[in-house]
Design a protein around this ligand. Structure first.
Ligand SMILES: [Fe+2]
Ligand SMILES: [Fe+2]
Length: 397
């Protein structure tokens, strides 16, 4: 197994003005650790920063963990991907665009439409906006996600315009995803409820930081990660739609619901790739599944920072958890769904290591649930803290 370990050491004699202090010990609940697991586990890396190095610690960087000969598997799957993957893309002419859901700036009714949008937004509490902003910031870091997929051996877009079905998928997937952040960004701008400059700074910090999903250039790990994440975003946008409806804003509910439907289609595509890998290489795939779950699925925006709050991601996650938009229970549900979807318990012909991995992932959902229930009974009400995204108004965690 070709594997390179590069410890990233951020060395600097004095801390530059924008760099963050070493990781604080947060008052994060064990419940949330399930859904946003990464930072506390990242202590194996030096923490002193250089200017323009990522403001958050990342793990020791493991690269190219897939044996090189396995690249052939992905080459041999190109015909399959052409027939089975690309069908989950929508032709541009049939796709919705952000403008379909927003006031039309070229129409005479523009100002009235904006006024109506703002009247509806007034009925929605600040805590909801914190989560919607966090979701929007996550979507807006799309350059990072395209980069992440293009780190994967055997499926990356080698030229930027590669005709392989893997590359065609990744570019078109990115183009579809690009509408999500665009729509939420424009909606939030027009709503008048948020501090756009603080949000824009958060996006710039986040794209500059990247992400640390620990997928090791390995498409087995990468497609398990994307299967999990697409479902997580489907759940999250579905819940912001439900809450918008409860607050009486049917138009915002439609916006979030439409994005959720895209995520569902993407989830179908990525889970199909992983299903195929389980079919042709069950041992390596179940090992990859167990490996990703042992490392815990890091959320794509786990490195977010607004220039002020050192615990921004944890605080945003705490509000999302409290409002039921994305919770530790969702994490266990998604895992359980994937175990069933890929029929992991029925895999045959596994090695001893593969059997152990199978056992581990199949027994994990009830274990997470038990931990989560225990944490929930112990959980105290969180403090109220200011969020710069909403002009430092306070929201309860
Ligand atoms: Fe998205
Ligand atoms: Fe997505």
């Amino acid at each position: 197994m070709a594997m390179t370990l590069n410890a990233i050491a951020f060395q600097s004699p004095k801390r530059p003005s924008f760099a963050l202090p070493p990781l604080p010990t947060t008052r994060r609940s064990p419940t949330l650790c399930m859904a946003s697991s990464l930072r506390s586990a990242s202590k194996d890396v030096e923490t002193v920063k250089k200017p323009l190095s990522p403001p958050r610690e990342v793990h020791v960087q493991v690269t190219h963990s897939m044996p090189p000969e396995k690249v052939e598997i992905f080459k041999s799957l190109e015909g399959w991907a052409e027939d089975n993957l690309l069908v989950h893309l929508k032709p541009v002419e049939k796709c919705w665009q952000p403008q379909d859901f927003l006031p039309d700036p070229s129409s005479d009714g523009f100002h009235d439409q904006v006024k109506e949008l703002r009247e509806r937004a007034k009925e929605i509490p600040d805590e909801y906006f914190v989560v919607l902003v966090g979701d929007m910031v996550t979507e807006e870091a799309l350059p990072t996600y395209q980069t992440m997929i293009n780190t994967l051996d055997g499926v990356r877009d080698e030229t930027g315009a590669s005709p392989t079905p893997w590359a065609v998928w990744t570019r078109a997937w990115t183009a579809e995803e690009n509408r999500h952040g665009d729509l939420l960004n424009k909606y939030l701008y027009l709503s008048g409820r948020v501090d756009m400059k603080q949000i824009e700074k958060t996006i710039q910090y986040l794209i500059g930081s990247g992400m640390d999903p620990r997928t090791e250039n390995n498409p087995y790990l990468g497609f398990i990660y994307t299967s999990f994440q697409e479902r997580a975003t489907f759940v999250s946008h579905g819940n912001t739609a439900r809450l918008a409806r409860e607050h009486g804003d049917m138009k915002l509910a439609q916006i979030c619901g439409t994005i959720a439907a895209d995520e569902k289609r993407h989830e179908t595509a990525y889970t199909k790739i992983t299903e195929k890998l389980f079919e042709i290489d069950p041992d390596a795939t179940v090992l990859a599944f167990a490996d990703m779950m042992r490392k815990k699925i890091a959320m794509p925006a786990h490195l977010m920072y607004d220039g002020r709050d050192d615990n921004l991601f944890d605080n945003f996650s705490a509000v999302a958890q409290r409002l039921g938009i994305y919770t530790a229970k969702d994490y266990a549900d998604i895992l359980e769904h994937l175990v069933k979807r890929w029929q992991v318990s029925q895999l045959k012909g596994l090695s001893a290591e593969g059997l152990e991995a199978q056992d581990y992932v199949c027994s994990l959902p009830p274990r997470i649930r038990k931990l989560q229930e225990r944490a929930q009974t112990r959980a105290k009400q969180g403090p109220r803290i200011p969020f710069s995204w909403i002009h430092d108004r306070e929201v309860q965690l």
